[in-house]
Every structure is written in C-alpha cells, then in structure tokens.
Unconditional design. Sequence first.
Lengths: 407, 83
Amino acid sequence: MNRRVVITGIGIYSTIGKNLDEVKDSLYNGRSGIFLDQERKAYGYQSGLSGKIDQPQLKGLLDRRSRVSMPEQAEYAYMSTLEALKIANISQDHIDKNNIGIIFGNDSSTPALIRAVDIIREKKDTMLIGSGSVFQSMNSTVTMNLSVIFRLKGVNFTLSGACASGSHSIGMGFLLIKHGYQDCIVCGGAQEINLFCVGSFDTLGAFSKRESDPTKASRPFDKNRDGLVPSGGAATVILESYESAVKRGAPILAEVFGYGFSSDGVHISVPDVDGPRRAIQMALELADIKPGMIDYVNAHATSTPLGDANEAEAINAVFGNAKPFVSSTKSMTGHEMWMAGSSEVVYSILMMQNSFIAPNINFEEPDEHTCKLNITNRTIDKEVNLFLSNSFGFGGTNSSLIIGKFK
Amino acid sequence: MQKEEIIKIINNFLVEEFEIDESKLKPEALLKDDLGLESLDFVDVAVIIEKEFGFKVKGEDMVSVRNLNDLYDYIFNYLNNNK
C-alpha cells in the first residue's frame, strides 16, 4: 500500500508563543524567546542563556491523577496537542471510535529522577518518592501520559533520536500511514527547559556565551556564532491518510511528500557533511522532487561553528545552483532539541499558510561555508509551496522532511 | 494527637491535594468507591501520612482500611500505640 499522507492539525507551545497565532506573529516579526537565566549562573554554568517559557496552568483542565505523572514537557505537549486536535476537528468521540496513534519525540526527563534519587540518598528509603515519579522520569513520559489522557488506541511510543527526535517522529508516522498501518497519528516533539537537563551539555562548552545580549546570542550561520542556546516547549503535527481526511471532511493543511534519514557513523557530537547530505537526498528521491522545486529550507543550524558550516556544505552539495531561501528559526527560539524537528515543521507550515519566510535573525556576516547559501535575515513575503526541514542530532542521526501545499 | 485534629489534617489533604469535594468526606465514605482513590493514589496517601504524622504506613495494615473513618482510626491507633 502506498498512500498520500496529509497534515490535518498543528499545535505549538513555544518560547515564541503559546499558540499558533502568537508564534506566527513572532516568526513574522523576528522576535526572540531567549533570556539570561540567573539561576544557572548561580550554579556556575558556563552559559546561563536559555529559551524562556511560561508554565501552563493545568489545574482545572486535568484531574490530579493525570497531572501527577506529567513532567513539564508533557504539559507543553498536552497544550500543543489540544490545539492540534481542535484544528484537525478531532473530537474525543472520534478518538474513542477510531484507532488513532501517537509518536512523540523526546530524549530526556530529568528533574523527577533527580528528586527521587535525592530522597533515596537522604532517607535511605524509597517511600517518599510518590506515585508520579517513575512516569515523569522515563523518556516515554509524553506518549505515556497523552495516550491515557486522550484515550488513544493506536500505535503508542516515544522516539529518541537526540535533536532529530521531533523530525523522525513525523517521519515514522508518515511511513506507518503511507504503507497502511495507521490512518491517523498524533506526532510531535517535546523538550523540557530546566537547568538540570542541560548541565551535562554546558560542560561541553557548546552553549553561546554572549550573555550581554541574550536575544543576539543564537546566530545560526553567522560568522561570529559561538554556540547554541538551549530551549524547549512542545509541538504537535497530526498526520492522516488522505482518504481518512477526506472521509471525515477534515481540513488539509499540507502534505508530507518525503522523509529521508541517515546516520553519520563518524563522531558522537560533531555533525558530518555526508550524513546530512544523504538524508536530504533520500527525502528528495522519495518525494520525487528536484532540488529546484524547493522554495524554502528550514535549516537545522543551531549556531555552532562546526555544525552550521557542515550543514551549509551539505545543503550546497545537494542544491548547487538552485538557491532556495534558507533560514534557521533557532535564531529566534534557540535550540528546541527533542522538540525542534516538529516545531520547525509547524513554523514552516505557518510560513507556507501565510506566504512569508521567517528571518534568520542575527545573521550579519557569512563565513566561507555559509556564504554558499541564500540565507535571509529579513522576513520575505513570498509564496511557499514546498519546504525542506532538516534536523540533525548527536550520534550523527539525521532526518529531513519535505512538506508542501496540498493540491 | 486528638482524633479531631487527625480528621482535620486528613480531610484537608483530601480536599487540597486530592481535589475531592468536601461534601463527599463522610466517615462512612468508601475510599475507593466513594472518594475515587485508586492504587497509585494510596502511594501518595502514604507519603502524606509520613509527612503529616511521622510514621510509615505498612501495606498489610491498610488492607482493612476501607472507609474514611477506618483511616482516621488507623492513624489515631498507630499514634497512640506507638508513643
């Protein structure tokens, strides 16, 4: 079986907006969601920069039993999924009568485990840990919680692929629907924002130290970039077979044409050129699309010296003289890590729906690699029919998605 | 500790923490069927009992605790027998 896969719902809970309208506005106006977290400085972090996000208030929306098992990223994912289901016109009744699955990208869940171990160390006893801890601590916490809250009956697992998690989750959902195993899957990515989850990252010296000017610190592709800014939140992308969408009269927001993946097989933290190039090429081949047909590339580019350079070379190797507009929305949001692959698809769909390309803010001067791309640091008012979204992660895991207007 | 104080503390955490409607907190209310407490909730009840009353609940002791009054009595008896 080989079916068309469409997107019928999107939702977002991000450092640049708590819903699609707010996010669209931030993207269009190049608004940054980065701040300096003084608590991290107090703990001696090399960089205190972080995305800033408001905690959702779920008391009243969910009962205690639901809330007790949810760490922050599950709360964000609940909010983004509520929005996506509403847009998709998927009611609880429809969920109850159908076999809808969930695949979310997530690769960490830190504070609950730390609290539990602190209790064990202090009390020499596990008794005071409480019932929610284990469910909060596992990587699969988001899908665990949301599948119960929404009473989902289909496929149910979390995908861990480092910074490509949120992209691979859409890719896997795409394959399952394309080949007839599911009609509808709630896909997405979620990322905790707290100092505990990034301490081991900070030790690598991978974060930008431009603390004097937080909103300027994340500068993908810029010659003076000095590291990434950790961020988070959640995004939901509801995939559906074309037939299922038509049958229930669902809005069709976009179509997923291709998914490409690869492994670098080179270094655990330094991204390669060849691996990403192969993932992009595989996506194009699967979609049967030529590079020149792509209007916009939402780059992975995280504002690291080597990562951005290598991605620039990979994009250039594939696109050559076809110079689609390129921007990295991480310039505004920071690196949303396990959420990024999904959120960047949401951001790109918002651009496509509203005919603009969001700026790669803080891109002031290219280097000898990034000059090969058509990077825009201004908002461009332009029709976008097809975009490529890249996500590359630690361990050399690469994911590329090609999504476009449904015709 | 007097039983009245125990009742006050327990009722307070059932309302505040477990979000149970105060009108349901009758002594004969069954913990599972009337108050809707389930197995995972009892893990958290044990945590609160340790914090509020200073002792560890033993699983086997809780088997005979069926309704709210049983819970009040269980705590009252434990505190008075274990001074």
